[in-house]
Ligand binder design. Sequence first.
Ligand code: HEC
Length: 353
Amino acid sequence: MKDKEDGTLAEGKIKAEEVAINFDYAPEGFDPIEIAQNHRSTDDWVTFSKGKSLIDGSDCFSCHRIDVKSIGPSYLQVAEKYKRDKKGQEVIAEKIIKGGVGVWGEHAMSAHPDISPEQATLMVEYIMGLNDPKPVVQNIPLAGNYTTIVPAKENGKGGYLLRAAYTDKGVGNLKTLSSEKIIALRNPTINPEDYDSAEGIQLLTTPRRLFNIIQDGAWLAYEQLDLTGVSEIAISAEAPSRNGAAGGIIELHLDSPDGPLIGTAEKVTPLTIDVQAELGKLRAEWEKGGKVGPRPSGRTVRALFQKDYIFDVSKLSDFQNIYLVFKNPEAKEGQILVQMNRITFKNELNLIQ
Ligand code: HEC
């Protein structure tokens, strides 16, 4: 974080509390631009903390306190007096610069000729804000770890937006400038059908969503994924016998279906279990156990036999174009190789869990 006149965050000239950082959950299917525009409240917060740091950096506290009268009126008294008086707020901003006497008593406020009108306005905005509590904006520290929280009522399939905003203090008569940077963080689990391009696939939506790979050499491409910090890509896939799936091998390539080979996962073999027999066993146990939880279904059985096919990507970083390539030269024309469930990007942290 760097500003031409105000200096840098690293030097300590820009204080951490003057930079607004928020970290927000963005629901599934979000539009980062639209979300970014709903962040006015954070900018208010930035103005607020900037005015505060200007006041902290001046001599104001030698005559003022926030909530008790000293030589000058308390800032809360000032905020109360001018809260609905825009004109008055302009007058007091000017008075900070010129000094004055007679409104609150016989003491005079000294002049502050080195304070610009712009800065005086920020100070007044801060003082006015003391009486007008802001909605709680999650202002998080500039450095450190942040634990993501999925808000109540959300399905957890969204992503996160990390935003840093700074408004400079202005120089002389120059207006303040704001800048911000938004980083969108995708959900670590994606639906395989969120590919950027693909070949040899079939997406069925009724009676339920089925994403099938139906051709030897079929591929799915996911472009510009940031793999920094990602150690594994786990593919949840299966070859259900009820669909006559042939199974196959999944390879991970970069940049094209025959680009550099990063890894080959264990073969996805057709599921030969007898779902009905397994279901019978599960239901018998469920009844014996006092029918705790939902009654086992075919889906419960399949979930038990589903597994993840893992690619180690710890040596990759930065943005990469990932190609998943499916191979089974023995598969017949139109025969399903595998059914794709999800793709999860894992880092060291969620590997421990
Ligand atoms: C030397 C003491 C002193 C200093 C330093 C000082 N003030 Fe004051 N301030 C006063 C006094 C006394 C008053 C009341 C003046 C009056 O009654 O008109 C006052 C009034 C004010 C008012 C209300 C003006 C009005 O007309 O209602 C504001 C706002 C204010 N000060 C802000 C500041 C800020 C911001 C700073 C720092 C940049 C500051 N003051 C520094 C003594 C001081």
